[in-house]
Write a protein that binds this ligand. Structure first.
Ligand SMILES: [Zn+2]
Length: 160
């Protein structure tokens, strides 16, 4: 049996009315967007950390430090391409990836298919191996107040 590796990723960003909302490389219509050094794509950041975690590699903060001006307003899809290359160099491929995005708005469901297809293209994994779910925080805490967006990701890799 081939070696299996599991990884978990987590990310949270503040929301601000002056920012755009980018999730999984897709622009979402929203009154507030994700504040970050890069484009603030909370889902892709959590995916990168899940894959790097499964590989036993460093995390996204070390790989793409926000102290480096090169990554200012960076397109997070580029981070994901680089992480995919690290995964390939480690001889691993994705069995499946499950994710949840937690925010009060926007609703994820209308964009779900588009986001999955984008991730499928970038990661070169069939779309039925990728899942994205949207959830609210039931008005609780910072997320519930519409001040933050969070993502949690779990990924299973196969080596060899
Ligand atoms: Zn982030």
């Amino acid at each position: 049996m081939k070696e299996m590796r599991i990884g978990v990723g987590y990310d949270i960003h503040k929301l601000d009315s002056g920012c755009k909302m980018v999730l999984g490389g897709i622009n979402l219509a929203s009154s507030k967007g994700s504040l970050g050094h890069s484009d603030g794509d909370v889902l892709i950041h959590a995916i990168c950390d899940a894959i790097l975690g499964a590989l036993g590699e460093c995390d996204i903060g070390i790989m793409f430090p926000d102290t480096n001006s090169k990554y200012k307003n960076a397109d997070s899809v580029e981070f994901l391409y680089e992480v995919k290359n690290v995964m390939r160099r480690n001889g691993c491929r994705i069995i499946n990836l499950d994710s949840v995005v937690i925010c009060e708005e926007p609703k994820i469901a209308p964009y779900r298919e588009k986001i999955i297809n984008k991730l499928s293209d970038v990661l070169e994994v069939s779309s039925d191996r990728i899942n994205v779910k949207g959830k609210t925080s039931e008005k609780l805490g910072d997320i519930g107040a519409g001040n933050a967006i969070e993502s949690q990701v779990v990924v299973l890799l196969e080596k060899g």
